[in-house]
Design a protein around this ligand. Structure first.
Ligand code: PGA
Length: 257
């Protein structure tokens, strides 16, 4: 039974199991909007992929209705593919502009997305990654991190086996992630093999986290994340140790809870 706020209490974990994708997206948007409203300046951690599209749609609608103002919001994206320039239709830079940033009043220089373009030498890449991590800290740290989850339990591009101590760095995508993301590209061979991703430690430093999941193909990952043992073979399971995480899932993704 859900309580009056819609939360199921699973060993004190805050889980919202909602009827469908639209309800999940609305609940997430409400949390983001309230966070922005209650703070003079908000640092948001942004995710990409199919899952947060509904959330971003609701944020754009909220902005148009005058319910939320992004002028004092700073954003840091979780990850970006290596090798796609920001104009590439599958880059996360492009995705964020198309689905949120160009549609609300966030300041251009408040937006931060890892640089994935050019097969940077690992040295340049490391420097960029360290600067990204430093910039998050200098901005005061992330107030609210939005997360999706991979079918394999990844968060950001932190694939199974990733150290819980990881910070922003260049990562190799797991084969199952390449397969899952092939739907966005003409051919599976076009999916980049590498990405820049915030690490597990970078994510865990956020003051509050919402993890969204929709669809039956996420049910197993959600079950392991919320109820399984904490293991780096299911990267999202580390969230059990975070003091302020809310899992917002639809009925299908929450089927095994
Ligand atoms: P999806 O991706 O939202 O496109 O399912 C989530 C993820 O891989 O983190």
């Amino acid at each position: 039974m859900a309580d009056s706020n819609g939360y199921y209490d699973l060993d004190l974990k805050r889980v919202m199991v909602l009827d469908n994708y639209e309800e999940m997206s609305k609940a997430a948007a409400e949390i983001v909007i309230n966070t922005i409203k209650n703070k003079e300046r908000t640092v948001l951690g942004m995710a990409t992929g199919s899952t947060p599209l509904g959330l971003y749609g609701n944020l754009v609608q909220g902005y148009k209705q005058g319910k939320v103002d992004f002028s004092n919001t700073v954003s840091f994206n979780l990850d970006e593919y290596v090798g796609l320039d920001s104009g590439h239709s599958q880059s996360y830079n492009y995705y964020m502009r198309e689905n949120l940033f160009s549609l609300v009043n966030i300041e251009h220089d408040h937006v931060n997305i890892p640089h994935g373009f050019s097969e940077n030498s690992d040295k340049d890449c490391n420097e960029d990654c360290i600067n990204y991590e430093t910039k998050i800290q200098q901005s005061g740290g992330i107030d609210l991190q939005i997360l999706g989850i991979g079918n394999n339990g990844h968060i950001g591009f932190n694939e199974p086996g990733t150290s819980f101590d990881s910070i922003t760095r260049k990562v190799k995508l797991a084969d199952e992630t390449i397969k899952a993301n092939a739907r966005f590209f003409d051919d599976e061979s076009d999916v980049p093999k590498y990405a820049i991703s915030m690490g597990i430690k970078s994510i865990m430093r956020a003051r509050k986290i919402i993890l969204l999941a929709s669809g039956i193909e996420k049910a197993h990952a959600i079950e392991k994340t919320v109820k399984g043992s904490i293991t780096n073979m299911v990267p999202a399971s580390i969230l059990q140790l975070h003091p302020e995480v809310i899992y917002i899932v639809d009925k299908d993704a929450g089927k095994n809870l």
